[in-house]
Design a protein around this ligand. Structure first.
Ligand SMILES: NC(=O)CCC(=O)C(=O)O
Length: 274
């Protein structure tokens, strides 16, 4: 990895898809003007996070207006755009998908959320699988100057997935996400920092801004954690762009002094990708 600047855009999401797309574009342009080379958007940034709405907001890769905006903007701004996630239609299925575009507007990778958020907690019942299909691929993006692993929100709770991405050589785990007011205060910082500490990589998680009138209230607090587990940037609950410089030396230093990855007892246990 080369040193590079990464920005996370914490933006509001409304019921107006057209507004959401142009609002996201404005935010990405602002981040690029501030010098970002990698820009990250939140989970479901063009659609309210309500499972029953995903099919009607969904678009296909080949015809989608959100996809076209992301490709055009990445090209014009000469950036890597990790495009949060959107409901993606493919045949009979809808997926929670992150498309990543490169500086020539080319598609660098597509991550379909692997672990669907099906939970029954006090005051929070969500069943993504009622309208979404699960992805079945691990997503590593080679952006040239850095290698990015992509997971979406609930995926972060499954350490095996992060470890497989790290074993594939990523420098930064990028996580478009939308935790909520139940699990956010309890587990947002904890899981993001845990994945960074376990794997000695940067972790960057992008949330929508909080809207207290929404059916599902996003936690906010987009965050970037360094390979030592320190929080190096953290948003509040409103709209905000946070920016950090990712430094390969920091990864080398932490791994050199605390060589967790090389001290694994692979003679006793190993993690297998199927
Ligand atoms: N959109 C999601 O996957 C939410 C995950 C979440 O809130 C969690 O606690 O995990």
């Amino acid at each position: 990895m080369d040193k590079c600047k990464l920005a996370v855009c914490q933006i509001k999401v409304t019921s107006d898809k057209g507004f959401n797309i142009s609002h996201a574009e404005d935010s990405v342009r602002r981040a690029a003007r501030q010098g970002a080379q990698v820009v990250v958007l939140p989970e479901m940034f063009n659609c309210p996070y309500e499972t029953h709405l995903f099919p009607s907001y969904a678009e296909s890769y080949s015809k989608g207006e959100t996809v076209q905006m992301m490709s055009r903007v990445a090209d014009q701004l000469d950036i890597v755009l990790v495009g949060g996630s959107i409901p993606e239609r493919d045949g009979d299925f809808v997926y929670n998908t992150c498309f990543t575009f490169g500086p020539r507007g080319d598609l660098l990778g597509r991550h379909r959320k692997v672990h669907l958020f099906d939970v029954d907690l006090p005051n929070l019942k969500v069943q993504e699988s009622s309208t979404l299909g699960p992805g079945n691929e691990l997503t590593v993006i080679d952006a040239g100057f850095c290698k990015i692993g992509v997971m979406i929100c609930f995926d972060v709770r499954f350490p095996e997935l992060a470890r497989l991405l790290v074993l594939a050589g990523i420098d930064v785990l990028v996580i478009p996400a939308a935790f909520n007011l139940i699990t956010g205060p309890a587990h947002w910082d904890l899981t993001m920092r845990a994945r960074a500490v376990d794997n000695q990589v940067y972790v960057a998680a992008a949330s929508p801004a909080r809207d207290d009138r929404a059916d599902y209230v996003a936690y906010g607090h987009s965050i970037v954690v360094d390979p030592w587990g320190d929080v190096v940037a953290r948003a509040g609950t409103g709209e905000e762009i946070i920016m950090v410089e990712l430094d390969p030396e920091k990864i080398r230093e932490v791994r050199g002094r605390l060589p967790l990855l090389t001290q694994r007892r692979t003679d006793l246990y190993e993690i297998i990708r199927k």
